[in-house]
Write a protein that binds this ligand. Structure first.
Ligand SMILES: Nc1nc2c(ncn2[C@@H]2O[C@H](COP(=O)(O)OP(=O)(O)OP(=O)(O)O)[C@@H](O)[C@H]2O)c(=O)[nH]1
Ligand SMILES: [Mg+2]
Length: 208
């Protein structure tokens, strides 16, 4: 059987305001490139690739969402069942309260719409090569402490922190996805056992 059929899928969704550098993260991770000028994403765009974690094969499906407000209503359908959510904040943003406001907005949205209790949420501080935010890394870590999110800083321009981000997230997600598959198989097997039990009962009771 081909890998496409056998590999478990890990779904990753990238969220955040317009222009925070979501598409650039993917362009760097998938294609090893960086563009100074990028078109704003319309709706959502999808990329996927085969990855290997601890000797097992997976398909990483990444959904890059549009940050523009007019697309907000569409977003929940993408992140509802995501295994990984990268919530991006822009480290070149000087306005601390804007960052906190956006962070709180997205946390509420994810809590409300996500129906995957095992989701992994990582706050990603983008554009670390040009940091201007009046908030230290420690303050950011304090902000996310309550939610127990992880935090990574990345630069798509300088290729910093991106492989570490994806490899940490996919490793954690692979364990969850594997467990979910085992549970699914066990459920199917117990259903089969129940059904075959009923079948045996019917066959023996219908015998006269
Ligand atoms: N200095 C610097 N600029 C970056 C970095 N990543 C992205 N940018 C720039 O930020 C701008 C926006 O990047 P995008 O990746 O298109 O942002 P986005 O979040 O996908 O934007 P929307 O699709 O509109 O939601 C572009 O001009 C990028 O070149 C980075 O790591 N460092
Ligand atoms: Mg984009």
């Amino acid at each position: 059987m081909s890998d496409t059929v056998t590999a478990l899928h890990i779904k990753c969704v990238i969220l955040g305001e317009a222009n925070v550098g979501k598409t650039s993260l993917i362009t760097r991770y998938f294609y090893g490139k960086f563009h100074q000028f990028c078109e704003s994403t319309i709706g959502c765009s999808f990329s996927n690739k085969a990855i290997e974690i601890d000797g097992s094969k997976y398909k990483l499906d990444v959904w890059d969402t549009a940050g523009q407000e007019k697309y907000r209503g569409l977003m929940p359908m993408y992140y509802r069942n995501a295994d990984i959510v990268f919530l991006c904040i822009d480290l070149t943003e000087k306005n601390k309260s804007k960052i906190i406001e956006n962070y709180n907005y997205w946390c509420k949205q994810i809590d409300f719409h996500s129906d995957n209790p095992d989701r992994i949420i990582i706050l990603v501080g983008t554009k670390s090569d040009h940091r201007q935010l009046s908030m230290t890394e420690e303050e950011i870590r304090n902000l996310i402490q309550e939610k127990k999110y992880k935090y990574f800083e990345t630069s798509s321009k300088r290729n910093l922190g991106i492989n570490e981000l994806f490899s940490c997230a996919t490793k954690e997600a692979s364990e969850i996805v594997k467990k979910r598959q085992i549970n699914k198989i066990e459920k199917q097997e117990s259903k089969l056992n129940i059904n075959s039990g009923i079948h045996e009962e019917i066959s023996s009771s219908s015998c006269c």
